[in-house]
Design a protein around this ligand. Structure first.
Ligand code: GLN
Length: 536
C-alpha cells in the first residue's frame, strides 16, 4: 500500500491541543486496522528538548531508544498505545546539523547550500524515515508551533513539496485552530481562523480539514462560515470544544465521523470496525463519583504542570484502576524549606518526588522524603526522587550528617549518590545521560516484585547519577532493600524500605510506560497504599 500522510498544522495560537488531536486521530485509524506511525516536527533550533528548561518546554519525554523528545510523544504513545523511536521527533537543529555536517564533508561538491532544496530535502528525508522504519501505512505528522512563525516555514514548504511527490490523493492537511470569544458580547469569532488559513494558502497549502477548538459549544452556523470562507467542505469542519476528560477526545472525533471521513478522502476503506467501547468505559469511569485520594507532588517546576505531564497521567491511570479519584496537590519543594506548604503535604495520603536536575529546592524534597519515612506515608520516588530518598536515609538513619548526591555537594564525605563511572569524562550536556530502556531484575519478596508480578522488567532511564555501591551494605543493614538491580547486579534500579507501607524509589522513569488501560505497577502500588491510608 502507498504510504498515506496526515499533516497537522496549528493556527491562531499554540497550546490548543494539536498533539492530543493528532494522537486521538491516530487511535481512530489504528482502530480501523491500519498501522500508523507518528512524527512531531519541532521548528526550534535546539537539537532536542533534552537541554531545555521544563519551564520553557514542559516535560522531556524519553523513548525506548533513549531519544529525548517533545511531550506530545507521550500523548501519541498513551492514546495509540505504541512505542515510538528516535525518528518520531526532529527539530530544525537536527536538520541543520545534518546538512552542515554533509557540507563540511564535501558531500555537496561545491554547491551553494540553501533552504530550498537542501534543508527541505533533509526534512523530507526524515519524514520518509517514519514509514520506512515502522512499515506504517499511515504517517501522522504534527508540525510544532503556529502557521506564520518564521521557523516553521521550511517545514511547511517541505510538506508542500512532499504532497506533490507522493500525490495529492495520499495527503491530508488538517489545520487545528482556535475560536476566541469576545467577553463583552459573548460572541465567538472565526476571523482569526480565516486569517490563519489565508496564511497557509499563501504558501500553497489548502487545508482539507479544519478542527476548530473553543472552550464553549460551537454553533453549527460558525462551522458553515468557516467552510465558506476557508474553502473547506462543511463536513470537514470539525468543532471541538474543550473536553472535560482528556480521553474523551477520540470519542468526540469519532462521533463527528472523522475516522471514516479521513479514510474516505485518502481513498481507503476501513479494514475493521473500530471498537471504542474500552474508551467509552474509561471515560464513564472517570466521570463516576469516587472517593478521592490526595497525592502531594513535591517538585520544583510545579507552577507549570506540563513539566510533570506523564507523572500526572500515570497517577490518574492508577487512580482509575483503583476506583478512586486522584487529587494531585502541587507542592513547591523550595517552599517546604521555608516552612511553607507543609499543611498540604500533611493532608495528603501519598507523596511523589519526581525527577529533576540542579540543587534548587533539593533540601525541600529531602524533607518530604523524611516526612514520608517517619510518618509511614506512601511514597514514590522517580529518579531524583529515589536518590533523595537514599540521601535522606543516609543522613537520618545512618547518621551521615552531610550525606548527599555529588550532583549537589561535590565535597561531601558521603556521596551516597554519585556520578556513574562512564559519566565522569563527559563534557557535552546534550544526549549524554544514561538514556532509554534498560533491564531491571526484581528481587524476590519485595514490594517492587509484588507490584510487577514478574521477575524482570525493562524501564526508561534519564540520569547521570546512581546509587553509590560503597554504601549498599550499610543501607541494607538498616532496612533499605535494593529490590531492583541491573542484571549484572551492579546498578541499583529500585530501592524500597522494608518497614514501611510503601516507600519505593526507582532510578528509572516508570511514568513513561503508563497507559490509560494498563497503569504502571509502581504507580498502582502507590495509589493502593494511599487508598489504604485514606481509609484509616
Ligand atoms: N539529576 C539526577 C541525575 O542526573 C536525576 C535525574 C532525573 O531525575 N531525571 O541522576
Amino acid at each position: 500500500m502507498t504510504t498515506k500522510y496526515l499533516f497537522f498544522t496549528g493556527g491562531v495560537v499554540s497550546s490548543v491541543g494539536k498533539g492530543v488531536t493528532a494522537a486521538a486521530t491516530g487511535l481512530l485509524l489504528k482502530e480501523r486496522g491500519f498501522k500508523v506511525a507518528v512524527q512531531k516536527l519541532d521548528p526550534y533550533i535546539n537539537v532536542d528538548p533534552g537541554t531545555m528548561s521544563p519551564y520553557q518546554h514542559g516535560e522531556v519525554y524519553v523513548l525506548d531508544d533513549g531519544a529525548e523528545t517533545d511531550l506530545d510523544l507521550g500523548h501519541y504513545e498513551r492514546f495509540i498505545d505504541i512505542r515510538l523511536s528516535r525518528v518520531s521527533n526532529f527539530t530544525t537543529g537536527q536538520v541543520y546539523a545534518e546538512v552542515i555536517a554533509k557540507e563540511r564533508r564535501g558531500d555537496y561538491l561545491g554547491g551553494t547550500i540553501q533552504v530550498i532544496p537542501h534543508i527541505t530535502n533533509e526534512i523530507k528525508r526524515r519524514v520518509g524515515l517514519a514509514a520506512k522504519e515502522t512499515g506504517a501505512e499511515i504517517v501522522i505528522l504534527e508540525i510544532g508551533g503556529t502557521v506564520g512563525d518564521i521557523e516553521s516555514q521550511p517545514f511547511l514548504e517541505a510538506l508542500r513539496q512532499l504532497r506533490n511527490e507522493v500525490g495529492r490523493e495520499n495527503c491530508l492537511f488538517i489545520h487545528v485552530t482556535w475560536l476566541p470569544t469576545i467577553g463583552a458580547t459573548g460572541e465567538m469569532k472565526t476571523k482569526p481562523t480565516q486569517h490563519s488559513v489565508a496564511a497557509l494558502r499563501s504558501i500553497g497549502i489548502s487545508p482539507n480539514f479544519i478542527i476548530a477548538r473553543a472552550d464553549d459549544p460551537i454553533d453549527e452556523s460558525l462551522c458553515e462560515k468557516i467552510a465558506l470562507f476557508c474553502d473547506v467542505e462543511k463536513k470537514a469542519v470539525i468543532p471541538m470544544e474543550t473536553a472535560g476528560v482528556l480521553y474523551e477526545v477520540p470519542l468526540m472525533l469519532e462521533k463527528r465521523g472523522v475516522g471514516d471521513l479521513m479514510l474516505e478522502k485518502l481513498g481507503l476503506t476501513p479494514k475493521q470496525k473500530p471498537n471504542m467501547k474500552p474508551w467509552e468505559k474509561l471515560v464513564a469511569e472517570v466521570r463516576k463519583p469516587k472517593p478521592t485520594v490526595k497525592i502531594a507532588l513535591v517538585g520544583k517546576y510545579v507552577e507549570l504542570q506540563d513539566a510533570y505531564m506523564s507523572v500526572r497521567e500515570a497517577v490518574k491511570h492508577a487512580a482509575l484502576a483503583n476506583g478512586v479519584e486522584a487529587d494531585i496537590a502541587w507542592v513547591h519543594s523550595a517552599d517546604l524549606e521555608k516552612d511553607k506548604g507543609w499543611d498540604v503535604v500533611q493532608s495528603a495520603d501519598g507523596v511523589i518526588v519526581p525527577g529533576g536536575f540542579g540543587s534548587r529546592g533539593i533540601e525541600g524534597k529531602i524533607l518530604a522524603a523524611r516526612y514520608a519515612r517517619e510518618k509511614k506515608v506512601p511514597y514514590l520516588g522517580l529518579c531524583l526522587g529515589m536518590q533523595v530518598m537514599c540521601v535522606e536515609f543516609a543522613r537520618n538513619v545512618l547518621d551521615m550528617e552531610d550525606a548527599n548526591s555529588s550532583e549537589f555537594d561535590r565535597a561531601t564525605d558521603h556521596p551516597v549518590i554519585d556520578l556513574m563511572l562512564d559519566q565522569r569524562s563527559i563534557t557535552d550536556m546534550g544526549g549524554t545521560m544514561r538514556l532509554g530502556l534498560y533491564p531491571c531484575q526484581l528481587q524476590k519478596d519485595t514490594k517492587a516484585a509484588a507490584a510487577y508480578g514478574v521477575s524482570q522488567v525493562d524501564e526508561r532511564h534519564r540520569h547521570r547519577f546512581e546509587f553509590n555501591n560503597a554504601y549498599r551494605e550499610q543501607f541494607e543493614k538498616k532496612g533499605m532493600v535494593f529490590s531492583g538491580l541491573s542484571p549484572d547486579g551492579k546498578l541499583v534500579e529500585i530501592a524500597e524500605l522494608a518497614d514501611h507501607p510503601y516507600m519505593v524509589g526507582s532510578q528509572f522513569h516508570p511514568e513513561f510506560l503508563s497507559r490509560p488501560m494498563t497503569p504502571h505497577p509502581l504507580f498502582m502500588g502507590l495509589v493502593k497504599a494511599a487508598k489504604e491510608r485514606a481509609k484509616k
